[in-house]
Design a binder for this molecule. Structure first.
Ligand code: C2O
Ligand code: CU
Length: 457
């Protein structure tokens, strides 16, 4: 296949990213201004998207689409202040584009059809940006998502800080599910129920494998970074019903560890947990507890993701401090909202199931000014849960159904319960351009539950 290497830019049509610049100029400016901090480096990554056979289920060959011939794609790792320079080469039979979910990078590097022309088969495209925050992020296709993510076009992206707590081990678990047909191939999207509920596959995956076995030493405490890459599934995560400590969310560490026995991960959500210590010989189910999303297909039983087997004891050097990070609240006391985002749903005569924001599919929302406090009320006008995702910026959750969360955190995705509402606060730093927010149930996003907006100076 002939590869056209667009070394720098592509001529992206559509909205201008920075008011006075052409898209090509905005790209060049972002590319050149992405410089590593002193003492940090440029991390170069080759990301080749292509089709290959993958054994989601041992012994069954499934035609998958992925990065670097694997599902998930390679875990991209960097330190805060590094520059990531990622060359995407598309060997798929259709266009693609890669979004860096949770990264606070320039608009033109966000990897959506809003800011760049999708990368055609045979083409390459280079993303280059400095990574400003430590945390557990992920990257995924932002094109024909219900097909491309389901087939495997996603991976984890980990950014570390120099002063992170010390653990005996660290692991990344990317959770997903796929729906396989009898012949072992992924069922194409379709059907009224699926376009309403979103796809929940019956084959549950951890790092691209069905229900794997995980081994851990007794007496140790590990850091697990967990990404929910599923199209629609919410994971109500349990580790054998034992207590574990949440140490981080989508936007990095939280102020102090929180001890729980379960954590809810909406689609696209991430959590970081401290797990253990366990005793030798224990076997624990890493599973999702029953959770009713309001979908037609309810989950009445717990479902296994992986089995944890605890082996011989090993010494522990884990040191988990009581204070992990300082987070300044963006808002104290009562503040009025300056935007209402209505997540709506209807049955259209023309298109069947319709999802919208403020009564408009693929809504065009008002701009947001750099440095102005945003307090948004995200209202769910439907009987199903929706994971609300804001591109490119972190927010703080002020209230869920009128109740303040029990700890501060930075987030890029939050669950909005049925007929409920979530208030969030955020402030755009100086990264003007075209951005979006949307429901991260891929079928809802595709059916119009999304909005475009500009960040302006
Ligand atoms: Cu994780 Cu618009 O996406
Ligand atoms: Cu939704």
């Amino acid at each position: 296949m002939q590869v056209h290497r667009h070394e720098h830019h592509t001529s992206a049509p559509g909205p201008t990213s920075v008011a006075t610049m052409s898209p090509a100029e905005a790209y060049d400016t972002a590319f050149e201004s992405a410089q590593p901090d002193e003492g940090r480096t440029v991390v170069r990554v080759e990301l080749e998207a292509r089709e290959f056979d993958w054994e989601f289920v041992p012994g069954t060959r499934t035609r998958a689409w992925g990065f670097g011939g694997q599902v998930p794609g390679p875990t991209i790792e960097a330190q805060v202040g590094d520059v990531l320079e990622i060359r995407l080469t598309n060997h798929l039979p259709e266009p693609t584009v890669v979004h860096w979910h949770g990264l606070r990078i320039p608009a033109v590097m966000d990897g959506t059809e809003r800011v760049q022309r999708p990368v055609d088969p045979g083409e390459s495209y280079i993303y280059r940006f400095r990574v400003p925050d430590a945390g557990t992020f992920w990257y995924h296709s932002h094109f024909n998502e219900t097909v491309q993510l389901e087939r495997g076009l996603y991976g984890a992206l980990i950014v570390r800080a120099p002063d992170e707590p010390v653990f005996d081990a660290e692991r990344t678990f990317v959770l997903d599910d796929v729906e396989l047909e009898k012949d072992g191939q992924i069922r194409p999207p379709g059907g009224w129920i699926e376009s309403h509920d979103g796809r929940e596959g019956t084959t549950r995956l951890v790092n691209g494998r069905q229900e794997p076995e995980i081994r851990m030493a007794a007496g140790q405490v590990e850091r697990w970074r967990i990404v929910n890459a599923a199209s629609a599934r919410y994971v109500r995560l349990s580790v054998g019903g034992r207590p574990f400590r949440i140490i981080g969310t989508g936007g990095g560490l939280i102020p102090s560890p929180v001890t729980v026995t379960e954590v809810l991960l909406p689609a696209a959500g991430r959590t970081e947990i401290a797990v253990g210590p366990f005793a030798e010989g224990e076997t624990l189910r890493i599973e999702t507890l029953p959770f009713n999303r309001g979908s037609f297909k309810a989950h009445k039983k717990a479902e296994l993701f992986a089995t944890l087997r605890v082996g011989a004891a090993a010494p522990s050097r884990t040191q988990l401090p009581d204070r992990l990070r300082e987070i300044e609240p963006l808002v104290t006391g009562p503040v009025p909202s300056n935007r209402t985002v209505r997540l709506g749903f209807g049955l259209g005569l023309k298109h069947g199931v319709e999802f919208n924001i403020n009564h408009e599919q693929h809504h065009h929302a008002d701009p947001v000014r750099v440095g102005e406090l945003q307090v948004w009320e995200v209202v769910n006008r439907s009987p199903v849960h929706h994971p609300f995702h804001l591109h490119g910026f972190f927010f703080q959750v002020l209230e869920v159904n009128g109740k303040a969360p029990d700890h501060l955190s930075w987030e890029d995705t939050v669950n909005v319960p049925p007929f409920g509402s979530v208030r969030i606060a955020w402030m755009a730093d100086d990264r003007p351009g075209g951005w979006m927010y949307h429901c991260h149930i891929l079928e809802h996003h595709a059916a119009g539950m999304m909005a475009h907006f500009e960040v302006i100076r």
